[in-house]
Design a protein around this ligand. Structure first.
Ligand code: PLP
Length: 405
């Protein structure tokens, strides 16, 4: 598969927005879906749909097999060692909540420390805040520097003998900073501290090998990986899936239920209570196929080229202030323009069919540190081209004219 005609694989690009071709620069928020994924959802509902893991009739067996096939596809894609390490959730948010609840319930007590960073999305902060309130734990923050980076020394400084878990993002959804994961995980391992990676922005852009990384948990958001909405994945090392208590109670996750005693199923079932997303899980195998057909390393190279081109063009525009200047950046350009609110930028750009995001991007701690309430963010996916960046930059200039800047 080639990048030059890739928009044709995504039905959404057939339409115009306000009479202009759609320039979609909001993939960090949610990516568009290729036709193969959309078709798979329809095919599954039309020919194979049934609930999974319950009935024994033909459709139920077919659906269950398909569902479990995706687990194997994910296992091999991220190079997990065991299939029970792959847990389906409703998003990366739920995956992180699962760990904060189950790990927190068993291993966090009053005075213990949880180390996060100032780059975290609320999804990787608020669940730890709940734990802080519930257990009297303390949250420490690794500080971000003026380039939007957090070096290993900052982690060394913040880790103490009370640190019980480190939870950090793979790639910042505001600055695009690619975190030095290997170094941080290696450091944590020498101190026997488990590490959770919020891989929401990492997995769509780079190859993931959880065994090589050595992380304990890795959270994935399928809707940012050209996959269906309402689906996420938690990779959790075998040791943890065996040890951690269930997160939610309900059908499917039990072994035996008596009036006075309940025993639980093994992982992954133990962590997948209630009716699961079926079509979404089945179709996600097609998203991975789509990524594999392009090649994740080719995707990384393609997106880096567009990113470099975009950064260069935006830097030439004196009114645009790009947030962060990390040495290792992926696919994300957040910026402000003095005198124009980011929501106004996004609204005016929309008139030219350019879709970006404006707001705090669920990163208020970072925006507070930057002393800005919000920023505009253009984020890159497989379908973006240099022409998209040209149109973005022209639209920004129009926006400046409207505000007479
Ligand atoms: C860095 C980061 N973490 C977590 C999330 C939440 O992911 P989900 O929508 O799968 O719950 C997002 C979504 O924007 C994100 O960018």
């Amino acid at each position: 598969m080639q990048f030059n005609n890739i928009k044709s694989k995504f039905p959404i690009f057939k339409q115009n927005i306000k009479g202009k071709p759609l320039i979609y620069l909001d993939s960090a928020n949610s990516s568009q879906k290729p036709k193969t994924v959309i078709d798979e959802i329809s095919r599954f509902y039309e020919t194979e749909f049934s609930n999974v893991g319950r009935s024994v009739h033909t459709l139920a067996v077919k659906a269950t097999n398909k569902f479990e096939e995706t687990r194997d596809v994910v296992k091999s894609y991220i190079n997990a060692k065991h299939r029970e390490e792959i847990i389906f959730t409703k998003g990366a948010t739920e995956a992180i909540n699962l760990v904060a609840n189950s790990f927190g319930e068993r291993f966090i007590k009053s005075g213990d420390e949880i180390l996060v960073t100032e780059l975290e999305h609320h999804s990787n902060y608020v669940p730890w805040h709940y734990l802080r309130e519930k257990k009297g734990a303390k949250i420490k923050f690794a500080s971000v520097d003026e380039n939007g980076e957090i070096g290993i020394d900052e982690f060394k400084k913040q880790i103490s003998n009370k640190t019980k878990i480190i939870a950090l993002t793979h790639i910042s959804n505001v600055t695009g900073t690619v975190m030095p994961l290997k170094k941080i995980i290696d450091l944590a391992r020498t101190k026997k501290i488990p590490v959770l990676i919020d891989g929401t922005q990492g997995a769509p852009h780079s190859a993931i090998d959880v065994q090589d990384l050595g992380c304990d948990f890795y959270a994935i958001s399928c809707h940012k990986m050209y996959g269906p909405n309402g689906l996420g994945i938690l990779y959790a090392k075998k040791k943890w899936v065996d040890e951690l208590p269930p997160y939610q109670g309900g059908g499917g996750m039990i072994s035996e239920v008596k009036k006075d005693e309940i025993t639980y199923a093994n992982s992954p079932t133990k962590f997948e209570a209630g009716t699961m997303q079926t079509a979404e899980v089945v179709a996600f195998a097609k998203s991975i196929q789509f990524i594999k057909d392009l090649g994740i390393n080719n995707i990384e190279t393609h997106e880096s080229k567009i990113l470099e081109y975009g950064l260069e063009k935006l830097r030439k525009n004196n009114s645009v202030n790009i947030i962060g200047n990390p040495k290792n950046r992926a696919s994300i350009m957040s910026f402000t323009i003095k005198g124009i609110h980011p929501h106004d930028i996004a609204t005016i750009l929309d008139d030219d069919g350019v879709a970006i995001r404006a707001g705090h991007h669920c990163c208020q701690i970072l925006h507070d540190k930057l002393r800005i309430p919000a920023s505009a963010r253009a984020s890159i996916g497989v379908y973006n081209t240099k022409e998209d960046i040209d149109i973005l930059c022209e639209a920004i200039n129009k926006c400046k004219k409207v505000f007479q800047i």
